[in-house]
Design a binder for this molecule. Structure first.
Ligand code: NAD
Length: 288
């Protein structure tokens, strides 16, 4: 790592910001860890739990002093925070974000900065949980998980290297991808499965009557499949809107596949059913 980082500022001290703060505070490779959140309770809890070294009271001062800034706020809040910090960013400040969608963050950065700073490298840790808030911060959250960096044409290679180093210091494996590819891949592997889990649980919940709690009869498979339906509704609302086109195209593909399976069941078409299940099992075994 060439640039010396004395102060790292994390804006948005929730699950992801708090977990990153905790991991960096423990490895001590990125200087003092300063936390800022629009909710002062989050930073107070961050101090109490030893997640951060300092709770910033003024965002302007904290940004002016920071060598490296991480935006860990909900995707919908990224533009507001970029507007807030832009006047205080120095020429060599390194900036990243952890948003689950990337094209909207990059579009917001272009609107705010006009010329993207060379220190800006968008990112996305492919790790998380259905919990939120700094109290759920977990130092090991990123360990052995992937983090995708989506450098822009303007991003300097030095900035990319520092952020790769930062995430590797948390135990993560860093992958580099372009913004559009990221949003397509994540629509398929994360956003679509969340839609299926939310929709499945909501559909079954509507079938419940006062006498039968059908969830009592659910086995481990149902629990595994629907764990992510416990995720934060507002966060997922924002992700759906931020990655609308890619998600709609994955939903259309999925609905077509499900329709094909429905027809196969209706027509007792064993060949189609067995073909689907066998191909899916082989693909699942290959991936595990
Ligand atoms: P969270 O709700 O736990 O934390 C978000 C924090 O941001 C909250 O403490 C909130 O008070 C703060 N905040 C909101 N608006 C703000 C603003 N304008 N200024 C300052 N602080 C503000 O959410 P999270 O799960 O940590 O998600 C944070 C980001 O990480 C999101 O962009 C999300 O897409 C991304 N992400 C989440 C997961 C996951 O599984 N939870 C995984 C990967 C990436």
């Amino acid at each position: 790592m060439s640039k010396v980082i004395n102060k790292t500022l994390i804006i948005g001290l929730g699950l992801i910001g708090g977990s990153l703060a905790k991991a960096l505070r423990s490895n001590r490779r990125f200087g003092q860890i300063i936390g800022y959140d629009r909710d002062p309770d989050e930073t107070s809890v961050g101090i109490e739990l030893g997640v951060i070294d300092i709770a910033a009271e003024s965002l302007a001062d904290a940004v002016s002093e920071a060598d490296l800034v991480v935006l860990a706020v909900p995707v919908k809040a990224m533009e507001t925070v970029l507007v807030d910090i832009a006047p205080f960013i120095a020429e060599d400040t390194l900036i990243t974000d952890v948003g689950s969608t990337k094209a909207n963050v990059v579009a917001a950065a272009k609107r705010v900065f006009k010329t993207i700073p060379t220190g800006f490298v968008p990112g996305h840790p492919i790790a998380g949980s259905e919990k939120s808030g700094v109290a759920a911060a977990d130092e090991g959250l990123f360990d052995k998980h992937k983090v995708i960096l989506t450098p822009l044409a303007e991003s300097s290679s030095e900035a990319v290297n520092v952020f790769a180093d930062l995430w590797e210091s948390t135990g993560a494996e860093v992958l580099v991808m372009d913004v559009e590819k990221h949003d397509e891949v994540l629509a398929a592997t994360s956003h679509l499965p969340h839609m299926l889990a939310f929709s499945l649980v909501d559909t079954l919940a509507q079938e419940q009557d006062h006498n039968t709690d059908i969830f009592r009869y659910a086995a481990g498979g149902f629990r595994d499949f629907t764990r992510i339906a416990g995720s934060d509704p507002t966060m997922w609302h924002d992700i759906c809107l931020a990655n609308k086109d890619a998600l709609l195209s994955q939903l259309d593909r999925y609905i077509t596949g499900l329709g094909r399976l429905r027809t196969a069941i209706e027509c007792s078409d064993s060949e189609t059913m067995l073909g689907t299940f066998t191909r899916a099992r082989a693909a699942r075994e290959h991936f595990s």
